[in-house]
Each structure stands twice: as C-alpha cells, then as structure tokens.
Design a protein around this ligand. Structure first.
Ligand code: FE2
Length: 389
C-alpha cells in the first residue's frame, strides 16, 4: 500500500506538458536572440576542409550553431584542377574571387574570373555543374557561393553526385561504397528534355478566359525571360567588367541582380558589390536585416544599432576575407559601414533574398528608410541625385 501511495504522489507532481504554443514562443525567442551571436566570422577562424565536392571554407551553414542567419549557406571554394560534378536545383550564385576558371552548366563550359558572377538558374530537372581551374595547380581559381537554403528546400532539396572530387575519393575510398545519394528514377521526370530556348519567342495571348490561364501566362513569361537571358549570354555568367558603379544614397554600388532587371536568368536574390572610398563611409539604413556581406578587400567596421542591442550600438570590425551577417529582428536595425583605411578603398559583396509584392519589397515588417546619405552622394549635383523618395 505504501508503495502505491508514493506512486500516486509522484504522478500528481508531474507537470503538464507546456504544449505547442509555449514551445513556439520559445522557438521564436531563439530566432530573435540571434542578435546576440557574433555577426562577423573571421576568415582565419574558418578552416579549409576537403569534401566530396572539393576544398571549401564554410562561413555560414544551416548546421552551424552560431550562424546569425542559419538559412544562408555561404562558402569559399578553391579549385586546383577540377571539383566534383553534381546536379541540384539552382537559385544560387557564385562570385569569382581569384584566378581563371570555367564552370560547366549543363552542357556548356563558361569562363569566369574575379568579380564575375556565376548563376545557377532554377530549371525544371535541376542543373548539372562542375568547376575547373584553367591555370596550373600552383595558381588555383577561387570563388564564393551564396545560397538561400529555404529556396533549395522549396525546390525539393535533392543533390545527385555525378563525379567525386579526386582528393576526397583518395582519402575516403573506404566510404565510397556507401550509397549516400538516392538512385534517381527518371521514369517520373517530365522535364528531362526541358529547354528554356524553346520559349524565347513566346507571345502571351491578348486576352485570357480564366485566372488559371493568367497563372500559365506568368509561368510562360518567366520561361521567356530566362530564354532571353540565355540568348543574351547572361544565362550562367554576369561579367563584372560589364557593369558600372552608381552612386546612390547608400553608397557606390554595381548591381549584378536586381528586381528591375529583365535580362537575367534568376530573380531570387539582390546582389551587388559596394565600394567605400578611402576613409569614407556608407549611408545609414534602417532595415529588417537578412543581408550578408563578404569583404573582398580593405578593412573597416560597421556600426549596428536597434532595439535588440540593449547595451547600445555595436561595433563590428572586419577585414578582407571576413563574412558579416545582419540578423533579422522585428523592429529592424540601423547600420552603417566605415572604411578605416585612409589610403585604400574597401570592397564588399552584399546579397539578400529578393522579396517582391509578397513581403512588401524592402519594407518587410519594419520599414525601409535611408537615415543618412554617404558623403559621395551628398557631393553630387542635384541633377544626379535620387528622384525617388
Ligand atoms: Fe553545386
């Protein structure tokens, strides 16, 4: 009897499970608290690692516990001869950093060099690709990839391996028998022979008879846009030297991907290089966050402030080859970049997902405001300044 009594007592003490709503509140807090994680990842703190597809340095991944934006996969790759070859969906970009490379995109090899942007477009059936160094092993080519992981998840998140990186294969021959990649059954693939080029001359009907038809026209117009980018040579590589810098309130920028462009094979990201002249600074913006930066050259710092920085503005030091992410916070944050070198420019790559009408463009949940202009913009003639307010 005594034992039974004790068991009853224990049962009464068991707390009720918190339930989903409470757990969800905790989950949202974990996301908000990412503002407390380090925003800058020093290149010197990230080791090179040899993997099945090549030699890489991972700055941000969905599996990294201290990633400020864990939905961004950002990594550098050095290529001495050739990478592995594999197939997965596009929606991602790769910026050439060093040397001279070529990238196979489906059946065609595309040359690239520093500041050229390799695009892997979304394509029904995915994109097969492989990267090559066009110089000797003593002069490797190098690039950095920017992937918005939720897009890959939405697109099915499959990766099939077609050729393994030689160095990894030599070291891991004991693992090569493991079938880590699912066998691909093309019996179900409607799009094995899909070719955007077939849509280059598509003309939408003058009228449609249903809203459903309108959706089909939207689909076809997208196919036509990609086909035309392919025809214009913008399918897989955007050459940095073909782009001109503009001076706008936030700074000196050259744009690779922008929602206004209709001659690109991809619209899922904003992508630009920003140069800050010696000793100068960017403008100051109020944004939700969600931007990532890779420092291509120079050294400086960023001041970030907002409701999630209770100790006041935070100073983020950076130099060449570092990575910096601006976390997402409900009220947004304010940030401004400073070039601390009085002799040399600082240069950074900036990218973020391209949100459209669906999320209110740049306003998102906190508004988008220019709080201060960069000095180069203030020095412009009035005729060259913004016409948009
Ligand atoms: Fe890939």
């Amino acid at each position: 009897m005594a034992g039974q009594k004790e068991r009853t007592h224990v049962r009464e003490q068991e707390p009720e499970p918190a339930g989903f709503y409470e757990n969800f509140l905790e989950y949202l807090k974990i996301i908000r608290d990412r503002t407390e994680l380090p925003h800058v990842t020093k290149s010197s703190d990230v080791p090179w690692q040899v993997g099945r597809n090549g030699k890489s340095k991972y700055y941000s991944t969905p599996l990294k516990p201290d990633a400020v934006l864990p939905d961004r996969l950002v990594f550098r790759k050095t290529i001495e001869d050739r990478n592995g070859r594999h197939t997965h969906q596009g929606s991602l970009v790769i910026l050439g950093l060093k040397g001279s490379g070529e990238t196979l995109v489906d059946d065609v090899r595309h040359p690239w060099g520093p500041e050229d942007l390799i695009i892997l477009p979304i394509k029904p059936g995915g994109i097969e690709h492989q990267h090559f160094n066009m110089r000797g092993p003593d002069d490797p080519a190098e690039w950095i990839a920017f992937i918005h992981v939720p897009y890959l998840e939405e697109l099915g998140a499959e990766l099939t391996k077609n050729e393994v990186y030689k160095e990894w294969q030599e070291k891991h021959s004991h693992m090569m028998s493991a079938d880590d990649f699912e066998e691909y059954d093309d019996h179900y693939d409607l799009f094995l022979d899909f070719d955007y080029a077939d849509w280059a001359d598509y003309t939408p009907p003058e009228t449609t008879n249903s809203l459903y038809d309108d959706l089909v026209v939207l689909r076809n117009n997208y196919r036509k846009m990609v086909a035309q980018a392919q025809g214009a040579g913008n399918w897989a590589v955007i050459r940095g030297e073909d782009l001109e810098y503009e001076i706008n309130p936030q700074g000196k920028m050259k744009w690779y991907l922008h929602p206004s462009f209709e001659d690109r094979s991809m619209r899922s990201l904003l992508f630009y290089i920003q140069e800050i002249p010696p000793g100068s600074r960017s403008g100051k913006q109020h944004r939700q966050g969600g931007l990532v930066h890779y420092i291509m050259g120079g050294k400086g710092h960023t001041i970030i402030d907002g409701a999630r920085y209770p100790d006041g503005p935070k100073r983020l030091e950076w130099e060449a080859e570092d990575y910096m992410a601006i976390p997402l916070s409900p009220e947004g944050c304010q940030f401004q970049h400073f070039n601390d070198d009085p002799e040399n420019p600082a240069k950074m790559v900036v990218t973020e997902p391209s949100h459209g009408y669906e999320l209110g463009w740049l306003d998102l949940g906190c508004g988008f405001e220019q709080l201060e202009n960069c000095p180069e913009y203030d020095a412009l003639d009035d005729s060259e300044k913004s016409t948009a307010i």
